[in-house]
Ligand binder design. Sequence first.
Ligand SMILES: [Zn+2]
Length: 226
Amino acid sequence: MRRFLAALLIAAVLLPAAAQADLYDSTLILVNKQNSLPQDYEPKDLSYPDVAYADFVPESRKQMREVAARALEKMFAAALEDGIELLGISGYRSYWTQHEIYYRRLEETDLEYVSQYVAMPGQSEHQTGLAMDVGSSDCPFLSTDFVLTDAYAWLNQHAHEYGYIIRYTEAGIPETGYAFEPWHIRYVGDVATELWANGMTLEAWYRQRLSGSHPVRQRRFALSAW
Ligand SMILES: [Zn+2]
């Protein structure tokens, strides 16, 4: 991870603004407690996935980036064919929306809980437009009970076929720094199947790709792979 961060730092310092924007727009972008998006980053291709949503979801929370939205539609339709009704709950959130959520939760509860479940502004995958929190007709809200549903079992088995991973797994807690969130899925494209088959977090995938490389080569890799 330290090597990866060094590569990211080099990229951030040396790259012209346009190339940095490309970096943020990659479907493989790594956003976590160590890698933040800038306040003003907003995806340029936000779109409304034509899927079912939980009743309480405002229009503003339904957006995702184009590629993730189309894949979500295919996945929800395939689940429905198997008798599973998935529901969208929360997609794109701007830096400032996340800011509001984070500080409101801090007022409501303690820091330890918040740090396990709520990303700081700039560190949320929801700002990438590539993440969606999902529920199902029998669990139409964000709950760890979602793990007990057939919908979760279906997602766990099939999400990768549509380019999605369950991003915060039980086994991944030491690497992601977040509690198990069965409802949070993230679009990563073709890499999803590799991550799923090996039970890897996105952090572990980057570490494996970047290990043993010279920092400059890492930077080249980061540019070509993202
Ligand atoms: Zn989420």
